[in-house]
Each structure stands twice: as structure tokens, then as C-alpha cells.
Design a binder for this molecule. Structure first.
Ligand code: MN
Length: 242
């Protein structure tokens, strides 16, 4: 008796690794909400009173689907269906290399494999409606291709960046700017909190929140962003996928 699959299982989602021919297999994508005070305020929240909160995207929301370390030759990111207000959120992405639960803050960085920069693409119109009704955020946040990620840099190459300018340009115009030192919850604090709710696994990605200046994109827009001393992401927005 064999236990074959009823049909071919889906391919493992993966992200490119900087200057490498191997890929980083993605287990889960966790995201931190409102982790920069100025962005929390622009979303109408009081950043001082709220503990970190988390939401998820499916692993196969990463983009590009067939990654290489060449970010200059990517196909356009499809404009998401069912929205007229698709927003960019540039974020530091933490890649977990060692699993664990209830990880203490003091040793949290030992669980990190590397870092990247990503875009937490958001259907802002749908998210706003869901927030009003107290409904879950999935259709506003966890849709297909909602998590573009740059090639990752291993800790052996970039260390653990505690500060650095994070920015996003749309058509060469600066839209988002901050410093990762301004995150309300630091990477070790995020790992500590998150690992009380989930067993972290190798292959988990954590989007750590966005600085102020989020806004809409349109088909044809060119997005370039990055984190100083770390990595950059560059893509164009394609036509409606509908
Ligand atoms: Mn975000």
C-alpha cells in the first residue's frame, strides 16, 4: 500500500537568494501591523497604546513565482483583481532559518537566516471595509502575488541591520521613507511575540511593518525601493489580472 497523492502537490514557494543559484523555500508569511508610529497615525490609530498584532499571507503569495537573483528582468506584477485602490507598503523582511517556540528576545537573532525587502501589497479599499465591519483581513491582504520579495541576503553577508534608511519610489518620486531603527517593535521583540503564538519554522518570512507614505499604484507604475546597506526591489505594475 502506497500513500500517493490524489494529484501532483503544489510546488514549494521560494524566494531568490542574493548572488546564489539556490533558493529560499518559504514555509509561511507572517506580517506585523502598524509597526512605525507615523504610519499607525496615518491609518488612524494611536501607536502608543497598541501591542504588536500579526496577520498572515499564504506562502505562495510571494512574487516572483520563479525567482532568480536578477531583479531587473522581472515580468510586471499583475494589478490585483477586485480593487481600485491597490497600495504599496515597503517593509524589512526577516527570513527565519531555525525553528523554535517561545523564543527569548536575547537569543532571537540566532533564529534569523537573513533579510530582504518586500512589498506588503494591500487592497486598501477592501481592507477599509473589512476593518469597519470587524471582519478578517484576508481578502484585503492575503491575495495572490501580494508579497513581492527581493532576493534575500544571508546574515553571513549583511549581519543584523539595526538601522538603515528604508524607502520606496513610484516613478522616481519618493513616496515612503523611514529608518528601520524607528520600528515600534524590534526584530527580536517581534520574534519573541510571534513565537508565543506559532512554532516558527525554517522558511518563515516576517514582514515587519511599513513606514508612512503608503499610497496607490496604477498599471505601468515603476516601483523601486530598498533598505540602505541591505537590498533593493524593483518592479513594474502590470495590467488588471481580471
Ligand atoms: Mn504592512
Amino acid at each position: 500500500m502506497t500513500f500517493a497523492f490524489a494529484f501532483a502537490p503544489p510546488a514549494t514557494a521560494k524566494v531568490a537568494i542574493h548572488n546564489s543559484s539556490v533558493s529560499f523555500p518559504v514555509h509561511r508569511i507572517y506580517c506585523v501591523g502598524r509597526n512605525y508610529a507615523a504610519h499607525a497615525r496615518e491609518m488612524g490609530s494611536d501607536p502608543d497604546r497598541e501591542p504588536p498584532f500579526f496577520f498572515c499571507k499564504p506562502a505562495d503569495a510571494v512574487w516572483p513565482i520563479n525567482p532568480s537573483s536578477e531583479i531587473s528582468s522581472l515580468a510586471p506584477l499583475p494589478y490585483a483583481s477586485a480593487t481600485t485602490d491597490l497600495h504599496h507598503e515597503i517593509e524589512l523582511v526577516v527570513a527565519i532559518g531555525t525553528g523554535g517556540r517561545e523564543i527569548p528576545q536575547g537569543s532571537a537573532l540566532e533564529y534569523v537566516w537573513g533579510y530582504g525587502v518586500g512589498l506588503d501589497m494591500t487592497r486598501r479599499d477592501l481592507q477599509a471595509g473589512l476593518k469597519k465591519k470587524g471582519q478578517p483581513w484576508e481578502i484585503g491582504k492575503a491575495f495572490d502575488q501580494s508579497a513581492p520579495v527581493s532576493p534575500l541576503m544571508p546574515v553571513s553577508q549583511c549581519g543584523h541591520p539595526g538601522n538603515g534608511r528604508i524607502w520606496l519610489n513610484v516613478n522616481d518620486q519618493l513616496k515612503q521613507e523611514g529608518d528601520i531603527a524607528d520600528m515600534i517593535w524590534s526584530v527580536p521583540e517581534i520574534i519573541q511575540h510571534l513565537s508565543t503564538y506559532f512554532d516558527l519554522q525554517p522558511g518563515d518570512l516576517i514582514f515587519t511593518g511599513t513606514p508612512e507614505g503608503v499610497g496607490p499604484v496604477r498599471p505601468g507604475d515603476r516601483l523601486t525601493g530598498g533598505i540602505a546597506g541591505l537590498c533593493e526591489i524593483s518592479l513594474t505594475i502590470g495590467e488588471d489580472c481580471a
